[in-house]
Each structure stands twice: as structure tokens, then as C-alpha cells.
Ligand binder design. Structure first.
Ligand SMILES: [Zn+2]
Length: 249
């Protein structure tokens, strides 16, 4: 029965493909002009059971106020969480006194070409020396795929202190080169326990937003289109965001 269904389906596809070929011979179909690659979601789930919360930060709480599965007339929920939960954007205001708030971060920084750079699992500090080992110059947006992706840390509720971070000397090089956005695959780009938030100050001080908590486990290094859009919270220093990547040819 199943086999019959499959073979008639295959026959159907064959007819469609044949018709498609005829149409294609006259003019290229709209589909053939579309980029071949698909958008891939690189946002972490906002789920207290699966998502790490930075040590000392506010816990994520998700509550159904009404629930149709329990007999209510509708389903309605509320969320409570830190602004830096899951995949999120740091606006300059996070560490710069008069810096732009999240609603004022320019879309131009958040949408456009991005380069994913693979950092070996053995590397915790992405410093100037490590940066020099990679092709990063000329990239407008740089996303670091590190040990955090390899180890699945963005999908585990356990907070790890030894995540890979962007060291201040590397941040300075990126800022001086005019990079528009810097991204990392754990919930902070700053070394845990750093004496001062130097990396944040350098990047945010130049008006370069940071995207933290990207889910890059399935992403290979290379050139992508990036769209990362934080919630438009007026006058605050950061917000969760949805981030998607599409491979460039
Ligand atoms: Zn942050």
C-alpha cells in the first residue's frame, strides 16, 4: 500500500518536473533566481530547562496565566527574565554611560554580511594572537564559533565559567578595523571574572553592538548573511533577539 502511494507520488513529481523543464527552457523560473541556501535559526531557545543564565543574573520565568489545556477560554502567558537572556544584543548603554539604548541600535549593524570564524576547542582567550591566525580582515560582522558550540553549552542550563571570550586586545583590533558587529556563541563575550569589562567598553564605546548567546553548533565557518533583531525595548541596555544566518555563495 505504502509502496503504491510512493510510486504514484514519484510519477506525479516526474510529470511536474517535465512540465517545469519545458517552462524553464523559455525563461528562468523565479525559483532559480532565489539564493540556494536556506535561512538557519541560530537563536537559543528561551527555556529555563535548556538555556544557561549568567551567574547572578535574573532567572527566566515563563508562566501560563490562562491555559486552554486546563479548561480556560484562552491561553495567555507572561515572561520574566534578564535582558541578556539567551541570544541577545548588548547595546552601547550596557557599559557606556550615555550610550545608545537597544531601541536605537541601527539596523545597518544588525543586518548584512557576516563571517563565522571557527576557534579551536583548546582556545579560551580569543586575543590578538589568536585573531592573527584567522582571516578576519575585511569582514563587516564577525561571529566566533568556539568551544561553547562544540560542547553544546548554549543548550544546557548549566552555567560554565570557562567559556571562550574576546580579549581586550582583539576587541581593539576589531573596533579599529571598523567592524560593525561582534558575535559570540555563549552568553557573554567578556572573560568570566575579568577585573574590568574592557572588551565591552572597547566595542560598545565605538558604538559596535554585540550579539551574545548565538547557537552556532551546526554552523560551519564561512560567509553568511545575518539578520539579528532584538526586541525594541525603549531606553534599556539590551534585549533578547532572534538571529538567522544564510550561507553566501
Ligand atoms: Zn549581554
Amino acid at each position: 500500500m505504502q509502496n503504491q502511494m510512493i510510486s504514484s507520488l514519484v510519477a506525479g513529481i516526474g510529470v511536474v518536473a517535465a512540465l517545469g523543464t519545458t517552462a524553464c527552457s523559455r525563461e528562468p523560473s523565479a525559483e532559480s533566481r532565489e539564493p540556494s541556501a536556506e535561512w538557519v535559526d541560530v537563536s537559543a531557545n528561551l527555556d529555563p530547562a535548556k538555556t544557561p543564565v549568567y551567574e547572578g543574573d535574573a532567572p527566566m520565568k515563563f508562566t501560563f496565566l490562562k491555559d486552554m489545556r486546563k479548561g480556560d477560554a484562552l491561553t495567555l502567558s507572561m515572561f520574566s527574565m534578564g535582558a541578556h537572556s539567551g541570544t541577545h544584543i548588548d547595546a552601547p548603554m550596557h557599559f557606556i554611560r550615555d550610550g545608545a539604548s537597544i531601541d536605537r541600535v541601527p539596523l545597518a549593524s544588525l543586518i548584512g554580511p557576516a563571517r563565522v570564524i571557527d576557534i579551536p576547542d583548546s582556545v579560551q582567550s580569543i586575543d590578538a594572537a589568536e585573531l592573527a591566525r584567522h582571516e578576519w580582515k575585511g569582514a563587516r560582522r564577525i561571529l566566533f564559533r568556539t568551544r561553547s558550540s562544540v560542547r553544546g553549552w548554549m543548550t544546557s542550563s548549566t552555567f560554565h565559567r570557562d567559556f571562550a571570550y574576546v580579549a581586550p586586545d582583539a576587541a581593539q583590533l576589531l573596533a579599529d578595523a571598523g567592524v560593525q558587529l561582534v558575535g559570540v556563541d555563549y552568553i557573554s563575550a567578556e572573560q568570566f571574572g575579568a577585573p574590568a569589562p574592557a572588551t565591552h567598553r572597547i566595542l560598545l564605546g565605538k558604538g559596535i553592538p554585540m550579539v551574545e548567546g548565538l547557537l552556532l553548533a551546526e554552523i560551519r565557518p564561512g560567509e553568511y548573511d545575518l539578520i539579528v533583531l532584538p526586541l525594541k525595548v525603549s531606553g534599556y541596555e539590551g534585549a533578547p533577539a532572534r538571529a538567522v544566518l544564510r550561507k553566501r555563495d
